[in-house]
Write a protein that binds this ligand. Structure first.
Ligand code: KIV
Ligand code: ZN
Length: 392
């Protein structure tokens, strides 16, 4: 059975960049946009053009630069926003306007002091106006995660009728459970007239650590676009992490879903975004964290040295990491010590290893991690003659 492709909509430069401390200038955004295009994302959300002259300039310059991906600009359901976004996108090869409005009871009541019919009217007017500038119009129903499905379906039906090509269903507050979010997408697939005319899109926030699980529940229930960011950066606890959803689909062939991402560029892209934004990646972050392919306990190290697949479900090279690493700590065993000693030029016999290992344990108890240089010190302290060979 041939795979279905899920479009990757990257919002690192919009939802990711709006985080305090992550602000980028236009030049930095251009470098990241070019990398995202090479990585193979389908859509780059370049910014919110009406929000500031700087963002307007960034969206304009990104539109000129990007060769393959669709370039998208965010707006509210406000005519001026849409005009400004259209202007910023005018050089894009494939422009998309992303417009929308809050649809949950709390957004309708407290944000807009409005009612359901008036919200639908504004949504439809915004989509129709955006369509006068570009063919590709994505509509977002902000706080769709807490919007009742019946009303959400009504909104979706009306904006599809008005010409929306993509329906974004954001779990803006990161509240949904995966079953709930998946059921929402299924409900829309089954209850919105002419739903085949639009692509359903998942936009999940990570307040309860469920953004990735919710996005996957969305695509297994019929959505065909995921909105995500590099390293999962974004408002509060962040957005869905691009590298996670891409590798979940790649590593689980039974899902029959894939993306066009060149996964070998994931690690470098993560580093680039982290450096430019000054936002460190947590070491235990899936896929791109510095510990994602590092093994430190004796039992795991022994298994990985015998066969990498005992404790690794993907090849580090597939995400651009050179190789798995065996970290030496006081929890490491003889196999790991022998492996690392060999890498720095000491081929230890079993008897030698027994002696050196005792010395290693004493040393390791005084340090968080034993480094290559420490191995020579430990061997010298062991009072046995071991010849060092050249390492290739
Ligand atoms: O989280 C959200 O609802 C958003 C929309 C503006 C798309 O970022
Ligand atoms: Zn968002």
């Amino acid at each position: 059975m041939s795979k279905d492709y899920v479009q990757i909509f990257d919002t690192t430069l919009r939802d990711g960049e709006q985080v305090p401390g992550c602000k980028l200038d236009t030049q930095q955004k251009l470098v990241i946009a070019e990398r995202l295009d090479t990585l193979g994302v389908d859509i780059i959300e370049a910014g919110f053009p009406v929000s500031s002259p700087g963002d307007f300039l960034s969206v304009t310059e990104i539109s000129k630069l990007v060769q393959n991906a669709t370039v998208c600009g965010l707006t509210r359901a406000v005519m001026k926003d849409i005009e400004v976004a259209a202007e910023a996108l005018k050089f894009a090869k494939r422009p998309r306007i992303h417009t929308g409005i809050g649809t949950s009871d709390s957004h309708i009541k407290f944000k807009f002091n409005s009612n359901k019919d008036a919200i639908i009217e504004r949504a439809v007017a915004a989509v129709k106006y955006a369509k006068t500038f570009v063919e590709d119009v994505e509509f977002y129903a902000e706080d769709a995660g807490r919007t009742d499905n019946e009303f959400l379906a009504r909104v979706c039906e009306e904006v599809v009728k008005a010409g929306a090509t993509v329906l974004n269903i954001p779990d803006t507050t990161g509240y949904c459970l995966p079953e709930e979010y998946g059921a929402k997408i299924k409900y829309l697939k089954e209850n919105v007239k002419d739903i085949h005319k639009a692509i359903l899109s998942c936009h999940c926030h990570n307040d309860l650590g469920l953004a990735t699980a919710n996005s996957i529940a969305g695509v297994t229930n019929g959505a065909r676009q995921i909105e995500c960011t590099i390293n999962g950066i974004g408002e509060r606890a962040g957005n869905t992490s691009l590298e996670e959803v891409v590798m979940i689909m790649r590593q689980h062939p039974t899902l029959n879903l894939d993306t066009r991402i060149n996964s070998k560029l994931l690690y470098d892209t993560s580093l680039m975004v982290s450096n430019k934004m000054g936002m460190p990646v947590q070491p235990n972050k899936a896929i791109v964290g510095s510990n994602a392919f590092a093994h430190s306990s004796g039992i795991h190290q022994d298994g990985v040295i015998k066969n990498r697949e005992t404790y690794e479900i993907m090849d580090p090279a597939d995400v651009g990491v050179n190789e798995s690493s065996i970290i030496l700590t006081a929890r490491s065993g003889r196999a790991a010590l022998a492996y690392r000693a060999k890498k720095v030029g000491y081929e230890l016999t079993k008897l030698q290893l027994d002696v050196v290992y005792q010395e290693f344990l004493k040393f390791a108890d005084t340090k968080k991690e034993v480094l290559d240089d420490d191995i020579s010190t430990i061997i010298n302290n062991s009072n046995i003659e071991i010849k060092k060979t050249a390492v290739s």
